[in-house]
Design a protein around this ligand. Structure first.
Ligand SMILES: [Zn+2]
Length: 333
């Protein structure tokens, strides 16, 4: 069914389409420029010039590797929630908190009514798309995750905050689609952390996607997957992008008694380790995926964003992934 939807959108993708989850490593010159910018040593225009250069590099690199659906690489973002919070009205910058590992971000505070003040990611999407004939995904941080990773000092409940954020983020989705994006990814890493709040996330996703002519992907990572698979499948999206290689046992257990009736973006690369997966290892992971799902429903990608890897590691991992997919394709088409 989703294949038909993709065709209607003018997207004729090969079997086992390849993509990435969104963030790609920032080259050293970006890390240095960001540090200088935060110390007030350079102007934003100088930083932005370099961000444009790195974005162009990554779009061309993904094309060269042969990936089917590209991303802008999110070079211009610090943290995925703070980035959206800083660009919408209603948030204040909060204190530094730990997100995972040694990563810290400024936890935003919702202090007044949230308002979308104009396109946030559209210019970056358009810029990335200008370098390639392949589709570039529009990338949005989901309303549940924005709510969960912010302090709410304004809305009466977490539910109210989630819905208010969803109504504003829908405007960004509309702006991306109006610019020409046909695939929209909604990142909701926090969705699997609180089973009792899944209905919020589901309602928020309805608000974001309803009546919009695009193919929607929801990326979910962290948390306790097993009890929430069923609920994930009720999200109003076409494709669930999951951290598969860490959750395979739970997923296989789920598939014994349930039908997975969406497309799946199947993670075949561990983004948390330096070690490079060999082409043979990735091929066997893909062949295993083919025993679990219909081949027309599987997309292949890394487990999560690659921003914690080095530029060279990410390129090698993605190249091995692409070669493995091409090898498997030759056997199944
Ligand atoms: Zn992730």
């Amino acid at each position: 069914m989703s294949r038909e939807k993709l065709k209607k959108l003018g997207l004729d993708l090969p079997v086992l389409p390849t993509t990435t989850v969104g963030s790609l490593p920032k080259p050293d010159y970006i890390l240095e420029a960001r540090a200088k910018y935060s110390r007030g040593e350079i102007k934003y225009t100088e930083l932005k010039e370099l961000e444009l250069k790195a974005t162009e590099f990554w779009v061309k690199k993904q094309d060269e590797i042969g990936l089917d659906i590209l991303v802008d690489g999110e070079i211009y973002r610090g943290d995925m929630v703070a980035y959206f919070a800083e660009t919408m009205k209603g948030f204040q910058t909060g204190e530094l908190v730990r997100s995972y590992g040694n990563r810290y971000y400024r936890k935003p505070i919702i202090s007044s009514e949230i308002e979308w003040c104009g396109p946030i990611t559209v210019d970056w999407w358009r810029y990335a798309q200008s370098f390639t004939a392949k589709p570039v995904k529009g990338m949005i941080t989901g309303p549940y995750t924005v709510m969960d990773w912010a302090f709410n000092e304004y809305y009466p409940t977490r539910y109210d905050a989630t819905i208010a954020i969803a109504q504003e983020i829908r405007k960004e989705v509309e702006a991306l689609v109006a610019a020409g994006a046909r695939i929209i990814q909604v990142d909701e890493p926090a969705i699997s952390t609180r089973l009792d709040e899944l209905p919020f996330a589901r309602e928020a996703m309805d608000i974001i996607t309803e009546g919009i002519s695009a193919y929607f992907i929801c990326h979910i990572c962290y948390g306790n997957f097993a009890p929430v698979y069923k609920h994930m499948l009720s999200l109003a999206v076409d494709n669930l992008d999951l951290e598969t290689s860490h959750r395979l046992l739970a997923l296989e257990e789920f598939l014994k008694d349930n039908v997975f009736d969406k497309d799946i973006s199947y993670g075949v690369i561990d983004v948390h380790q330096h070690a490079i997966e060999s082409g043979d290892d990735i091929s066997s992971t893909i062949r295993h995926a083919l025993t679990l799902f219909n081949k027309d429903t599987i997309w292949i990608d890394p487990d999560c964003g690659l921003k914690t890897r080095t530029v060279d590691e990410a390129i090698t991992k993605l190249t091995n992934m692409q070669r493995a997919v091409e090898q498997v394709r030759r056997k199944i088409v």
